[in-house]
Design a protein around this ligand. Structure first.
Ligand SMILES: Cc1ncc(COP(=O)(O)O)c(C=O)c1O
Length: 401
């Protein structure tokens, strides 16, 4: 570790609250799918700020839009009509079956809004005393009190934050029988990720989704899909739920929406959107001019450069190559799974040493649940960079990390 890095680490410890287990890396600048540390060392970025910078780093086209809008109008508040926000909503709605949008600032805030919308829809529009939100084990929905309660994980995420809000039930992952027993007249919504991200890149099995949809028809709860990580083309369709041919009543997005600026959104059908009326939900910064203008440009670039199709094609190739690696190292790799440019390589044993060896070799990825190497690269990444990663992993596994 260099002296510059050591000093940064020390200063961080003095002034930043200790909530993050940081990587031994301080990034000074980034370009495309490359990160550079303070000593000028180059890394291939297979994480894209955790599925945020889908179009890659340091883009002059996005910087230009940001600067132009900043000169024109940065913030005026949601007391006013804002054209940039309307244009963005129109573009987003053209990608899906939803009819209305609420803009906010993060994934957790989008999920919090979705939960509020579902409850209010049930209680005010349907006039039912339904408030429970059912979620799945292994899920991750955010760090606010409601969304951490919805999150299907235990440990540090929840410990010491009690009392947690009531009205949340978690059932085992993809267990249709458990879901059926958990759903009752009190259920307002079932909230799922189509591919669990923080949970280790776990797609929902098609049979479970079929059972969930049948239960929705029978019981009349709302289906909320958390697309905070899977949205914006990441999985090779614009929205992951489109792989499953379903229409959520409500879904959320954030991470990739403004390629690194903090923005989230709740999207809903006209029917579900009736749950909100003037004055019942709001946020100061949501849908501000700069954010909206940048997100519009993100949507334009995704379409012009056919990046969603690219994620599907490159992701299928990557999954195939990862399966070949599994065949070469059946004792070291337990599973590979993924959808589009969201890949999980589950190691047979705890993977800290492998992850660290990859970082030293210049490849940044994430280690989920101790064993799953999680890749969420920019959708623009070169195939050669992915091939170089696979080769590096192959040699690390061959020699033993
Ligand atoms: C599926 C999912 N939902 C919600 C969140 C929370 O988003 P944020 O950190 O922007 O609040 C995340 C973040 O990783 C996520 O992956």
């Amino acid at each position: 570790m260099s002296a510059i890095f050591d000093r940064i680490k020390e200063r961080d410890a003095q002034v930043i609250m200790r909530t993050y287990g940081r990587y031994p890396l301080a990034v000074q600048r980034a370009q495309g799918a490359r990160l550079y540390d303070f000593d000028g060392k180059e890394y291939v970025d297979l994480l894209a700020g955790i599925a945020v910078c889908g179009l890659g780093h340091g883009r002059p086209d996005l910087a230009r839009v940001m600067a132009e809008q900043a000169e024109k109008l940065v913030h005026v508040s949601n007391l006013f009509f804002q054209e940039e926000q309307i244009v963005l909503a129109e573009k987003l709605l053209a990608t899906c079956q939803a009819d209305k949008v609420f803009f906010c600032n993060s994934g957790a805030e989008a999920n919090e809004g979705a939960i509020k919308l579902a409850r209010r829809f049930m209680q005010v529009v349907r006039k039912r005393e339904a408030f429970e939100i059912v979620t799945l084990e292994g899920s991750f929905h955010g760090r606010t009190l409601a969304t951490l309660t919805a999150t299907g994980q235990s440990g540090k995420i929840k410990d010491g934050f009690g009392p947690l809000p009531p009205g949340f039930v978690t059932v085992p992952f993809a267990d249709a029988c458990a879901l059926r027993s958990a759903v009752s007249d009190r259920t307002a919504a079932v909230l799922v990720e189509m591919v669990q991200g923080e949970g280790g890149v776990r797609p929902l099995p098609a049979e479970f989704v079929d059972a969930l949809l049948a239960l929705r028809r029978e019981k009349g709860f709302l289906l909320i899909v958390d697309e905070v990580q899977t949205g914006m083309g990441r999985t090779g369709r614009f929205w992951a739920h489109q792989h499953f041919g379903l229409t959520p009543d409500i879904f959320t997005t954030a991470k990739g929406l403004a390629n690194g600026l903090p923005m989230g959104a709740v999207l809903a059908t006209d029917e579900a959107a009736q749950g909100f009326e003037s004055g019942c939900h709001a946020t100061t910064f949501g849908g501000g001019g700069v954010l909206s203008a940048v997100a519009c440009k993100v949507l334009d670039i995704l379409a012009e450069d056919k990046l969603v199709e690219r994620a599907a094609e490159l992701g299928a190739w990557l999954l195939d190559e990862a399966k070949k690696l599994l065949a070469r190292h059946p004792d070291k790799i337990a599973h590979v799974r993924g959808l589009g440019l969201m890949l999980g390589i589950e190691l047979a044993a705890p993977g800290q040493a492998v992850w660290k060896a990859l970082l030293e070799a210049g490849f940044v990825c994430n280690l989920a649940h101790d064993k799953v190497l999680r890749l969420l690269p920019p959708l623009t990444i070169a195939r050669e960079d992915l091939a170089a990663f696979l080769q590096a992993l192959d040699s690390i596994l061959t020699r033993g990390a």
